[in-house]
Design a protein around this ligand. Structure first.
Ligand SMILES: O=C(O)CCC(=O)C(=O)O
Ligand SMILES: [Fe+2]
Length: 319
């Protein structure tokens, strides 16, 4: 059995050109009509490299991260808008996101996060430079997983790099590997429902502020529930949580994402973080696009509601 947590695949320049031509031939905006855009991509035969890499990644329980290099990126990238949705009018990078995501499952969004934007553009904003968020840059984004406060977490998180920054490092650590350095007593404490991960008021969900276990799932596939705000509501959890965070920084893999690279990882089985970096704020800074994929959304959420949002907004969106 392979124990390689990181798989890497290179898309050839011919395949990249082929993909770029597909995306550019589709006259739909993937932000507004994600489902339509995906369907139109799938009319073409998808490069075997991508099909094989995503299938292997999905089926290998030891694989946690997939780095895809050499993907096409839009030739002309505009400056950054005020907030979120870009003024892009070509959708090459978005094409990679939704196509590769749909090879792994259902791409979807949360209504409470940027009003359900399917792809979140992440770039530094000067007025928010000290903020602990994707828009912040001078501060560390500490180890976390996505949607820790929510009952439905994405199975995959993908980060597509449109423009890199040599000082911005993405850290991704295997939860299983972190736990292998902890004692059974400490792990037992991390499995108690005493860890609270709060969130933004835009998620008006009644169960959000309920303490949960930091670790769930069996020992073979431990799953993490941790944001960078998570704390222990009981004294006994404080040190094991701090140790978990310290160990994440020790066992982590480091990625300095470059243009045309996408890292996809199994969100609940990893803790991820980002280093601080110093942008120039000249419109040419680091630019990442982030997207969620679930292996099978209809298994965990009302399929009628999902279908309704697909019809109304062109994409699967949940509360
Ligand atoms: O910018 C990065 O490398 C990662 C940021 C992050 O945590 C995220 O997009 O979820
Ligand atoms: Fe994150």
């Amino acid at each position: 059995m392979s124990v390689e947590v990181l798989q890497t695949v290179d898309v050839s320049s011919e395949e990249a050109k082929y993909l770029e031509d597909i995306y550019n031939s589709i006259d739909l905006n993937p932000y507004d009509n994600t489902e339509g855009f995906i369907k139109r991509c799938l009319v073409f035969s998808i490069p075997q490299t991508l099909v094989d890499a995503t299938t292997k990644f999905q089926n290998d329980s030891e694989a946690l991260m997939l780095l895809i290099r050499g993907l096409p990126v839009d030739h002309k990238l505009p400056g950054f808008p005020e907030f979120d949705r870009t003024i892009k009018n070509t959708f090459v990078s978005e094409g990679n996101e939704v196509l590769i995501g749909s090879l792994l499952g259902d791409v979807y969004s949360y209504k409470g996060e940027r009003n359900g934007e399917i792809i979140r553009n992440i770039f530094p904003i000067e007025s928010l430079k000290e903020e602990k968020s994707g828009a912040g840059s001078l501060v560390t984004l500490e180890f976390h997983c996505e949607l820790a406060f929510h009952d439905i977490q994405p199975d995959y998180l993908s980060l597509m790099c449109l423009r890199g920054d040599e000082n911005a490092i993405t850290f991704i650590a295997s939860v299983k590997e972190i736990l292998s350095h902890m004692t059974p007593e400490e792990i037992e404490i991390l499995r108690r429902p005493i860890f609270l991960s709060t969130t933004f008021p835009s998620y008006l969900l009644p169960w959000v502020n309920r303490p949960k276990p930091l670790i769930k799932g069996d020992d073979k596939t431990p799953k993490l529930v941790m944001s960078f705000r998570t704390n222990s509501v009981e004294e006994v959890g404080i040190e094991p949580l701090a140790k978990f965070r310290r160990l994440a920084a020790v066992v982590t893999k480091k990625f300095c994402l470059k243009k045309g690279e996408m890292i996809i990882f199994k969100n609940p089985q990893c803790a991820h973080a980002r280093s601080p970096y110093q942008p120039k704020f000249d419109g040419n800074d680091r630019w990442i696009q982030q997207m969620y994929t679930h292996s099978d959304l209809s298994k965990v959420y009302d399929s009628e509601i999902i279908e309704k949002t697909r019809q109304q907004s062109g994409r699967a969106m949940i509360l």
